[in-house]
Design a binder for this molecule. Structure first.
Ligand code: SDX
Length: 422
C-alpha cells in the first residue's frame, strides 16, 4: 500500500492525493481542494504545527528521548548543563566543548543590580514567585537591546546563554524577596544546581549536600524539554512574530504557570494536603470520578497514555532525597492515590497515569521549597527546551508568523442600531 492519503470533496467530486511522511500529511491538500476550507482542530489535538528534531515522545510506549538519547540514560549519567548543550546543539559536547559551555554559563549568572535593587522591590510582599519570574524574564530583556537582532546567530547565542545562566538567579531572587531575606549572589565555584541551591538557602555557613545537588540536577534534566507542550508552543507562537527571546520566554513561562500544565506540581501538593490522610483517599477518588471534585492533579497527559517515564524516575529520586531529608508525610497519601487510581476503571479506561508532576512536588517540599516555588523550579530547566525550539523555529524555512484560522459561529451581517432604539 502506498504511503499516501486521498481526500475527496464530495461537493465537487474533486480529489487530491498527498504523501504521508513521518506520520503526517500536509494540510496543503485541503487548500488544493478548496482554499476556503479549513481543518477544525481545537487545542491542536490532531495537528503537527512544526517539524522538530529535538525531542521524541511515544505516548503509548512511554518513551521520551532528547536528540535520540533515552531520558533514563540522561537522568542516570548526564548533567543538566550537558543536556541543555545537547538540546541546543543536537550533539553531546566533548570535554573541551563542555568545559567552555560550563565556563560561559557560569560567567553569565549575575543579573543587573537594577533588577535586584529596584525592579524586584516593586512587587507586593506576597507576590507569587511565578508571577514574579514571568515579569522578570520580560524585564531582563530590556537590559539587552541587542536581543532584538534575532537574525544574528552570535546575538541569539548570547541571549540563549544569558537566559539559561540567569533564570536560576532570577528564581532565587524571587524566593529571597518573598521571605524577606537578603539576595545571595551567584558563586562561580559551584555547579549549576549547587549554585542555585546556594542562592536559595545560603544563611551563614550553608553547605550544599552533594546528594541533594545531584537530585536537583536530575530533576532539571527531566524537566528540560517535552516536545510541543503548551509552554513550548507559546514560545514558538510568540517567537514566530520575531519577538526577542526574553519576551517569548515570558510567554512560555506564562503558559507553564497554568494548573493544567506546569502549575500541576503545586496543585498536587495542595491536593494531597487537602486529602490529609490515606483513609480519605477512596472518598476523594469517588469525588473525582463523579466530576464533583477537582481533577486528580498529577495524573493524565495529552501524549502519554501509559506511564510518564519521568514520573518513574522522579519516584525513585524521591526515595533518595528522603534518605537525606526524611520522608515527606504526604508520600503515603500519594502512593495510596496511585494504587487506587491505577486499579479503577475510570482511570484505566481514560488511560490516566501519574505524570511528571505527581511526585516532583513531594521532593521539592522535602527539599524545603515552598509550594509557590514549584512551578518556578519547572521553568528553570525548561528554559533550555524553550530556547532550543525557538532557535529551531527561526532556522525552519517553512515557518512563518503563527496565524491559525477559525470556524466563525457568530451572526451574519447586520445594521447598527442607534442607542435610542435599543
Ligand atoms: C504537564 O504537554 C506536555 O508535555 C506537558 C508536560 C511537559 O513536560 O511540558 O508533560 C507537563 O503539563 C503534565 C500535565 C500536568 N497536568 C496535570 O496533572 C493536571 C491534571 N491532568 C489533566 O487536567 C489532563 O490530564 C491534562 C491536561 C494533562 C491532559 O488533558 P487532555 O489530554 O486534554 O485530556 P482531557 O482533558 O480531554 O481528558 C480526557 C478524559 C476526560 O474525561 P471525559 O470527559 O472523557 O469523561 O480524562 C479525564 C477528563 O475529564 N481526565 C481526568 C484527568 N485528566 C483527564 N480525570 C481526572 N483527573 C485527571 N487528572
Amino acid at each position: 500500500m502506498p504511503d499516501t492519503i486521498t481526500i475527496t470533496d464530495d461537493r465537487t467530486g474533486k480529489t487530491v492525493t498527498v504523501p504521508i511522511e513521518g506520520g503526517v500529511f500536509p494540510a496543503s491538500a485541503v487548500r488544493e481542494l478548496d482554499p476556503s476550507l479549513f481543518i477544525y482542530d481545537p487545542a491542536y489535538m490532531q495537528t503537527a504545527a512544526c517539524k522538530s528534531a529535538i525531542t521524541f515522545l511515544d505516548g503509548e510506549a512511554g518513551i521520551l528521548r532528547y536528540r535520540g538519547y533515552p531520558i533514563e540514560q540522561l537522568a542516570e549519567r548526564s548533567t543538566y548543563l550537558e543536556v541543555a548543550y545537547l538540546l541546543l546543539n543536537g550533539e553531546l559536547p566533548n570535554a573541551a566543548q563542555l568545559a567552555q559551555w560550563q565556563s560561559d554559563v557560569t560567567s553569565h549568572t549575575f543579573i543587573h543590580e537594577n533588577m535586584r535593587k529596584r525592579f524586584v522591590d516593586g512587587f507586593h510582599y506576597d507576590a507569587h514567585p511565578m508571577g514574579m519570574l514571568v515579569s522578570s524574564l520580560a524585564a531582563l530583556g530590556t537590559f539587552y537591546n541587542d536581543a532584538k537582532d534575532i537574525d544574528s546567530k552570535p546575538s541569539r547565542d548570547k541571549q540563549i546563554l544569558r537566559l539559561i545562566a540567569k533564570t536560576p538567579t532570577l528564581a532565587a531572587m524571587c524566593y529571597r524577596f518573598s521571605v524577606g531575606l537578603p539576595f545571595v549572589y551567584p558563586s562561580n565555584d559551584l555547579s549549576f544546581p549547587a549554585n542555585f541551591l546556594n542562592m536559595m538557602w545560603k544563611v551563614g555557613d550553608y553547605q550544599v549536600d552533594p546528594r541533594l545537588e545531584r537530585a536537583m540536577d536530575v530533576l532539571f534534566i527531566l524537566h528540560a524539554d517535552h516536545e510541543q507542550n503548551c509552554g513550548t508552543t507559546a514560545m514558538r507562537v510568540v517567537g514566530s512574530s520575531h519577538a526577542d527571546p526574553y519576551t517569548s520566554a515570558a510567554a512560555a513561562a506564562s503558559a507553564l504557570y497554568g494548573p493544567l500544565h506546569g502549575g500541576a506540581n503545586e496543585a498536587v501538593v495542595r491536593m494531597l494536603t487537602e486529602i490529609g490522610h490515606i483513609d480519605n483517599v477512596p472518598a476523594f477518588i469517588e469525588d473525582v470520578k463523579s466530576g464533583k471534585g477537582s481533577r486528580l492533579m498529577g495524573f493524565g497527559h495529552r501524549v502519554y497514555k501509559n506511564f510518564d517515564p519521568r514520573a518513574t524516575i522522579i519516584k525513585k529520586t524521591a526515595y533518595e532525597v528522603f534518605e537525606v531529608t526524611g520522608k515527606n508525610p504526604l508520600l503515603d497519601i500519594a502512593l495510596k492515590l496511585e494504587e487506587v487510581a491505577l486499579s479503577d476503571p475510570y482511570f484505566i479506561d481514560r488511560k490516566l497515569y501519574p505524570n511528571v508532576d505527581f511526585y516532583s512536588g513531594l521532593i521539592y517540599q522535602a527539599l524545603g521549597f515552598p509550594v509557590a516555588m514549584f512551578t518556578v523550579l519547572f521553568a528553570i530547566p525548561r528554559t533550555a527546551g524553550w530556547l532550543a525550539h525557538w532557535q529551531e523555529l527561526l532556522g525552519d524555512k517553512e515557518q512563518k508568523i503563527s496565524r491559525p484560522r477559525q470556524w466563525y459561529t457568530g451572526t451574519d451581517a447586520r445594521e447598527y442600531v442607534p442607542l435610542v432604539a435599543r
